[in-house]
Design a protein around this ligand. Sequence first.
Ligand SMILES: NC(=O)c1ccc[n+]([C@@H]2O[C@H](COP(=O)([O-])OP(=O)(O)OC[C@H]3O[C@@H](n4cnc5c(N)ncnc54)[C@H](OP(=O)(O)O)[C@@H]3O)[C@@H](O)[C@H]2O)c1
Length: 349
Amino acid sequence: MTVPGAGDPAARGTRPGRLGVGVVGAGRVGAVLGCALRSVGHPVVAASGISAGSRDRIDALLPGVPVLEVPDVVERAELILLTVPDDALAPLVAGLAEVRAWQPGQLVLHTSGRYGTAVLAPARAAGAIPLAVHPAMTFTGTSLDLARLVGCCFAVTAPAPVLPIAQALVVELGGEPVVVAEEARPLYHAALAHGANHLVVLVAQAAQALTAAGVEDPGRVLGPLLGAALDGALRASSVTDGPGAIATLTGPVARGDVGTVVDHLAELTALAARDAALDVPEGYRALARSGTQRALAAGRLREDAAQALLDALTDPPPPPDGARPPGPAGTPGPASPPPRPPDTPEDPA
Ligand SMILES: NC(=O)c1ccc[n+]([C@@H]2O[C@H](COP(=O)([O-])OP(=O)(O)OC[C@H]3O[C@@H](n4cnc5c(N)ncnc54)[C@H](OP(=O)(O)O)[C@@H]3O)[C@@H](O)[C@H]2O)c1
């Protein structure tokens, strides 16, 4: 892969087609992708990062790489990884354009799931080549992530003539490129967040109910069951001419067992009152309604059985005026979102 006219030739690798990589933001993703690109022969010529966490990641994953100011990283590199928080991306690209940092022919790659390449417009206007490459993976920012890149899907979005560059980079990392259209990026990102993040919420709710039922190690009980359910649902999702994951639904909704569903709701409502876990019956109701409607649409439930389930799953009346519903597990209820703990790994989205 040769990019004419970009970067400091002295910084380029000695093998043909190698690119001098600059990592702008040696966070969890930047340090790991820089390390992975280095391991396939692309020299990392510079990285930026101010916090102790970024400096530690550079020491661990990019040893010997000079730590420079952002414009200096851009100046030296042929392939620039913009691995900064989503909200920092647009102002950063625009700010670098204002100081005329972008060079014609440079590859500028960001890893945000939410954006396509429009966010890189100021760099493109200066002649840089915009690439949006999002690994559908969660990163810890350690060497553990390197093996997970192999076989990982990466959403790639780029102008058609340069799309093969993004695809080739992903393949070099051992990943699988999946082309996502520019206008579909927000929906793609919402889908991943809904799947990955809300799976965690579901496990939290089920584990809380099991603990209340006296089960000492909820993770041990849930693990094999949820693993099998996830495995089956994912396999069915890959079959394009079938009803998808809903084909593998088991349990009372799939059987039309209204009495069992009513019992479940009574138990979970009692749990909500006892343990301030109102979100558990709410979550059960919402997902069981979806399950019913999807099972009906897939021909797995008769219409009368589906209607009986939906009647049992109607929302309870709202609490009296002024009463604030309790939040999960002993918290007083949602007032404002809790701050993100500093070292919580983000999700693929
Ligand atoms: N984490 C994941 O699992 C994951 C997975 C897929 C995609 N992504 C995407 O990858 C991107 C990076 O995420 P991340 O989790 O790696 O973030 P992160 O761990 O928070 O690291 C962000 C990095 O960007 C630097 N930075 C912050 N603001 C900056 C600015 N204005 N200018 C220059 N550098 C700046 C930080 O530097 P200092 O803190 O050192 O100052 C840090 O090195 C995001 O777009 C995210 O959506 C993340």
